[in-house]
Design a protein around this ligand. Sequence first.
Ligand code: OAD
Length: 275
Amino acid sequence: EANTPPTLSHLASLFKTKKYSKILVLTGAGISVAAGIPDFRTAGTGLYSNLEKYNLPHPTAVFDIDFYKDNPAPFVMLASEIWPGNHLPTKTHAFIKLLSDKGILLRNYTQNIDGLEVLGGVPEEKVIECHGHFRTASCTSCGSPMDVSLVSKSIIEDGVPPVCAKCGGIGKPDIVFFGEDLPSVFHGNINRDVKEADMIIVMGTSLQVQPVAGIPDYVSSKVPRLLFNREHVGNFDTSEYNYRDIFEAGNCDDGVENFCEMIGWGEELRTCYEN
Ligand code: OAD
């Protein structure tokens, strides 16, 4: 019997029957591009294309823990530019909040360090900031927590690496660098969440960085997987054998808006986004 690949409108009609109540949302830098924050890997506009002035051996060195301990200046400079506080959540963030308001958001695993999920009103317990955030800071040598207001002053106002009062090591905001483990809240929830999820929506990520990139593969093989992204990523199936994946190419804000119209949430999305 021939397979009929799923369509967004079919998924939307199932959605309207309240079939899905434990939705896992996986997000990356692409969802904040419309807020004015560049992503990492888009050629030309992405952060990794625009680090020439830092003279790095390779772009990701700016977020490498061993590199930072030897040469903190590039991250200190970059952090002063990207420290959150100047951007507002997008329509896609509003959609995640709406899923939560409706009681059907199981969890939002985000790779973003911009804090826009929580700023946009998604409850903190529903958001797992897999790559950390700028709200707290600690020492890279002894691990002691550091006063984040002192850390931000050192980085933003003085342009120098923050020094740990306990051991003299250098500090940084608690964003996860390459070579560091993810926060315990990730490890504490991921296995249960992927088992429980009855749908996954992936938005604005290249799925290049493990372990987060593996999340779409850990959900049950019966779970529909919806991708809103400018480019095809991961192993979302677009073949004739595809039975559960839907790839909506384009800006996630447009994809989300279209989907909300299909499920009858258009007006609510607008209200949620305007407030
Ligand atoms: P990337 O920059 O790797 O990927 C962003 C993805 O979003 C790409 O596939 C873009 O095509 C897509 N995109 C861009 N704008 C979009 C839009 N408006 N609508 C839809 N899609 C859009 O960012 P991440 O996957 O988040 O880690 O990167 C993962 C991690 O790599 C980051 O958390 C960061 C980085 O190194 C750390 O800093 C530790």
